[in-house]
Write a protein that binds this ligand. Structure first.
Ligand code: NAD
Length: 245
């Protein structure tokens, strides 16, 4: 049996994705830099009856990423699904962003996606196929004040999705992206006035309610499952009709 690896699985969206993939019948590796958060997700998935293992991993550490995927290959027959979901999103006005902050954002949100896709992709190519989903963001369409590094990293993830879909398709590997709109998770703490932000979101969405993490996870389930077998290189917007791309 191959494994579904979900990075950033300690956060609300990653946790919902891990639970959904386990419900779909996959054994899941829940990966996060935050040990307690990963363990909480592991417990949730296990309580649902899923097969799950938690990993503490810093995606900025290339050697540690490689080692984790090697252990998965030895212990569990390799990675069949990868969901690149972990991200950081420091908010700093563009004119004040330091090179160190820029590098850190890209080390997690871009290089981290790259490293995991490469390690998982090698296993998938050997097995004759697999599915990779990169979690991007609505900010790729129009930016957001204070999030230029993040927006650039997420735009790179869209481009990486297409490049890998092109190059790995002949190996039977499908690569797609989901682009969340505004989901009510810890990420919203970057907004100073939660009530005002909630009104702002509902004003812009076509659907006049907030999305749930499970609704994003359902799209990841589709993109990693048999019903999307002829879909690759696409980015699916999951934003309640805010941006229509
Ligand atoms: N919540 C939203 O509205 C929203 C909107 C657009 C895009 N997204 C994207 O969805 C994904 C999940 O978002 P979320 O709201 O659950 O965020 P979150 O911050 O709750 O979760 C992200 C997780 O990534 C982990 N992480 C951070 N750095 C890491 C590292 N170096 N190594 C390993 N793990 C690391 C964090 O510990 C955290 O558990 C992210 O890619 C985010 O950019 C979210």
């Amino acid at each position: 049996m191959s494994i579904a690896v979900v990075t950033g699985a300690g956060g609300a969206l990653g946790r919902a994705i891990a639970r959904r993939l386990a419900a779909d019948g996959h054994a899941v590796a829940v990966v996060d830099i935050d040990t307690d958060a990963a363990e909480a997700t592991r417990k949730d998935v296990a309580a649902d009856g899923g097969a799950v293992r938690a990993w503490t991993l810093d995606l900025r550490d290339a050697a540690a990423v490689d080692e984790m995927f090697q252990v998965i290959a030895i212990q569990s027959g390799g990675t069949g699904i990868l969901v690149n979901n972990a991200a950081i999103y420091p908010t700093t006005p563009f004119l004040e962003v330091s090179p160190a902050e820029y590098d850190d954002v890209h080390a997690v949100n871009q290089r981290g996606y790259w490293l995991c896709a490469q390690a998982a992709g090698r296993q998938m190519a050997q097995a004759g196929g697999g599915a990779i989903v990169n979690v991007t963001s609505i900010v790729t369409h129009g930016g957001w004040d204070g999030l230029a590094s993040y927006a650039a990293s997420k735009g790179a993830a869209v481009s990486l999705t297409r490049a890998l879909a092109r190059e790995l398709g002949p190996c039977g590997i499908r690569v797609n992206a989901v682009s969340p709109g505004a989901f009510p998770t810890a990420a919203e703490e970057i907004h100073e006035d939660p009530a005002a932000y909630n009104r702002y979101v509902l004003d812009h969405q076509s659907l006049k309610r907030r999305g749930t993490p499970g609704e994003l996870a359902a799209v990841v389930s589709f993109l990693t499952g048999p019903d999307s077998s002829f879909v690759t290189g696409q980015t699916i917007e999951v934003n309640g009709g805010w941006v229509m791309a």
